[in-house]
Design a protein around this ligand. Sequence first.
Ligand code: SAH
Length: 459
Amino acid sequence: MNEYDSSRMRDLLGDSHGFVRTDNPDEADVLLLNTCSIREKAQEKVFSELGRWHKLKKSRPDVVIGVGGCVASQEGEGILKRAPYVDLVFGPQTLHRLPQMLNDLSGDGERKRISQVDVSFPEIEKFDFLPEPRIEGHKAFVSIMEGCSKYCTFCVVPYTRGEEVSRPFDDVIAEVAQIARQGVREVTLLGQNVNGYYGSFHDGSICNFAALLRAVAAVPGIGRIRYTTSHPLEFNDDLIAAHAELPQLAAHVHLPVQSGSDRILAAMKRNHEISVYRDTITRLKAAKPGIELSSDFIIGFPGESEQDFQDTMDLVDFVGFDHSYSFIYSKRPGTPAAELPDDTPEALKKQRLNILQTQIARNTGRKTEAMLGSVQRVLVDRPSTRFPGWLIGIAENTRWIHFPGDAALIGRFADVQVTGVESINALSAGAPLWVESEAEAQIGMAVLPGRIPLWHEAR
Ligand code: SAH
């Protein structure tokens, strides 16, 4: 989500305002920090980075420093109290006002250094003001809804991004068609709870998420569709039917559960029992044989007992998750769970997290090994750095497959036979060099050498 917001900021400033992107803070005139407040660690990083930029500003006082994202939303003016040298504070729902805010900073010739703070939630006007996305590569995110109205007791999102608002159906489809014309073949529909999408048609009637998926699948050029994140509560029959029907819909679903214990789910206010989750998975697997599941877990939520944790591990066994994003509970100020007594020792929480991650990493490895000999449809993404002269394709289940092939294949779908399997357990010390992002390192991404028996273009 933050990656998506960052690229929108880039489009916004580059397109009509003539800024050129640089990765080197020393040569930048404007420094923007997009922030996340989902856990405390992410938030702490903001002020340490700002400290580094402060030094820079001392030698070049004209440099503009802006802080966007959820930490900005949450702290608002508070950012200026702690870091008075910051010029702009804007939230995820006001990032489209960035050019105007930058403009307001400089008065008639003489710079008015009055810091600008705008962290409001102006419905969904944002998308009307964003320029058309500029696409690099063949995979892209399309935001279909903003915010969250679930108010889980652990989570800051409703307070930092506002309530759930869906983008109109026509706007989403127009954006998908536009990026498909620019060469995008794989689209990831993005939102806090995408399956809670209820966008309006131009005649005012309402379209649900499954209907949106069917329309996206019909856009010429789109060969693969993913979506993230969804909520177990709204994973309805129509969505399960869409998985059975649409070959473009990746057989890999990320469905966060957080805990396998009914007691903890109730305390988190997830509004469903674990039987609902199990039943959804059972029906999804029946509708789409071979579908893989991943999830988010919070370990050590206040009051989590040994039995609650055991219930989570039982769920892990039942579903056989392919991977997970799992973290120890982090107390977020202003959320209801922050008031709950928490007497589980930190060491025990770490131990539980380790047990869960080890079990799921074992599943990841087993499922990777089972791919040996199979033919996988990959979206050919980029040249391989590990095997010079080869390419990297991304399989439906998100594994990378390296194979020899002509660079002309990049941006096309290819059927690749897996001839070797190398499973990286990046959770163990010393993540290998070819794990290229933190997210990939966390799920223990696999590298699978393959060869290419045949290929075809996207449907
Ligand atoms: N909308 C999704 C997930 C949204 S937040 C859902 O409702 O399930 C993304 C993930 O961050 C969550 O799934 C959760 O696992 C993690 N997270 C959110 N708040 C957290 C907290 N206070 N401590 C630890 N992890 C948290």
